[in-house]
Ligand binder design. Structure first.
Ligand code: DHB
Length: 388
């Protein structure tokens, strides 16, 4: 009696395991790892909202499989990102890893993508070298060299000859500093000093005092998404604008979702970036309206667009491979060319990095709200940071 019971329990277990496999084969799993809490939570919030919007608009079945989006909070700690990625690959058997709100989080996970042959779609992090950390990385955000070089070409042609740079002291900041400075010097400009502030909770005050003493035409800044408001506030409090020092930077400092809260100090600031919520295209207008409607009026920023386009790249690759994984899925991501809310966008098959337009924008009031108004376009910009 006992033995029979045992046997049937085993049989049932086997059946259940079998059903489990069949079920796994019918689903296409996306493991989305984001900072949902802590100082970079706005990045996670924007990307998750964009991913959910993409699914709402495009359905939750792709390549004949049901899409399962698994969202995990890494609290912006690299060891946590890596552990979660491991669990998603080993236990959940995800087809693809995605998200990666900061460079150290992407770099911590890249070796795992290589070992497990899991495509890894970087939707936020923007240090040039990330795509070289694993052949399984595909990027849908942007690179700091793309944005910084554009600003270093614009500034000296617009009366800004002497600049001090101020960047967050980690990957993207160091890229921004290097590529901005080299190009400024090449264009006959001067970089009087290169200042670096801690990535987390920076106190800008002592650095801004130094900038005042150096009296440059402009201060060029990179800080990660979300930190721009604090920078603006201290820039105004130190009377930098009144001392005749202009503020320029990559578009990370005039982040669309918090731009309105920055107030007058942000008005007139010129930046270079790949996305503005006021980008003038029918597709973008539709995207912004749908995003705001689904998120209680929250304006999408460049992080949202990286997430939205990342989902597009994943969905199309899933279609081509009928819900595949590994190298086949990766190969189907390479070379995708499409219209994004940012404008035309291309995943370079060689570098697996994004090629897109970089816009020069000026913050202006439109209908009582501050927007990054694009006024000049550099088309099809590849990452200048790639050596091959
Ligand atoms: C990175 C993070 C950001 O928030 C940003 O705006 C740009 C780059 C990064 O860590 O790579």
């Amino acid at each position: 009696m006992q033995k029979r019971f045992f046997l049937s329990a085993v049989a049932l277990g086997l059946l259940a395991a079998h059903a489990g496999t069949a079920l796994a084969q019918d689903t296409f799993k996306i493991g989305l790892i984001l900072p949902m809490t802590g100082p970079f939570a706005s990045t996670g919030k924007q990307i998750e909202a964009a991913a959910r919007l993409y699914m709402a608009q495009n359905g939750d079945t792709v390549g004949g499989k049901k899409v399962e989006l698994i969202v995990k909070d890494d609290t912006s700690a690299p060891d946590v990102t890596k552990r979660i990625a491991q669990e998603l690959v080993v236990n959940d058997k995800v087809n693809v890893l995605a998200g990666f709100g900061l460079t150290p989080l992407a770099l911590a996970t890249a070796p795992l993508a290589t070992q497990s042959k899991t495509p890894m779609v970087v939707m936020a992090a923007a240090t040039s070298s990330i795509t070289q950390a694993s052949p399984y990385v595909v990027r849908t955000s942007f690179t700091l060299p793309q944005a910084a070089v554009a600003m270093a070409d614009w500034a000296p042609n617009n009366g800004i000859k002497k600049v001090v740079t101020l960047v967050s002291d980690y990957g993207p900041g160091i890229d921004a500093e290097k590529f901005f400075k080299d190009r400024m010097l090449f264009n006959g400009g001067q970089v009087l000093d290169t200042l670096r502030v801690p990535m987390r909770n920076p106190d800008f005050a002592p650095f801004l005092q130094k900038v005042r003493d150096l009296k440059p035409d402009a201060l060029f800044v990179f800080v990660p998404s979300g930190a721009g408001a604090a920078l603006m506030k201290q820039f105004a409090e130190r009377g930098m604008d009144k001392a005749g020092i202009k503020l320029i930077g990559t578009g990370d400092i005039t982040d669309d979702d918090i731009l309105n809260s920055m107030g007058d100090v942000a008005n007139g600031v010129v930046t270079s970036h790949h996305y503005s919520a006021s980008h003038n295209s029918p597709l973008n207008k539709k995207f912004v309206a749908a995003f705001e409607k689904a998120n209680a009026g929250l304006r999408p920023n460049f992080m949202a667009v990286g997430g939205y386009d990342g989902m597009r790249v994943i969905y199309e690759a899933a279609k081509t491979t009928k819900g595949g994984n590994g190298e086949a899925l990766l190969n189907a991501m390479k070379g995708q060319l499409f219209e994004s809310p940012r404008g035309p966008m291309f995943i370079d098959a060689q570098t697996r990095d994004v090629v897109h337009n970089i816009y020069i924008r000026k913050v202006e009031k439109v209908g009582g709200q501050l927007f990054n108004q694009e006024f000049s376009t550099l088309t099809d910009v590849k990452d200048p940071g790639k050596t091959k």
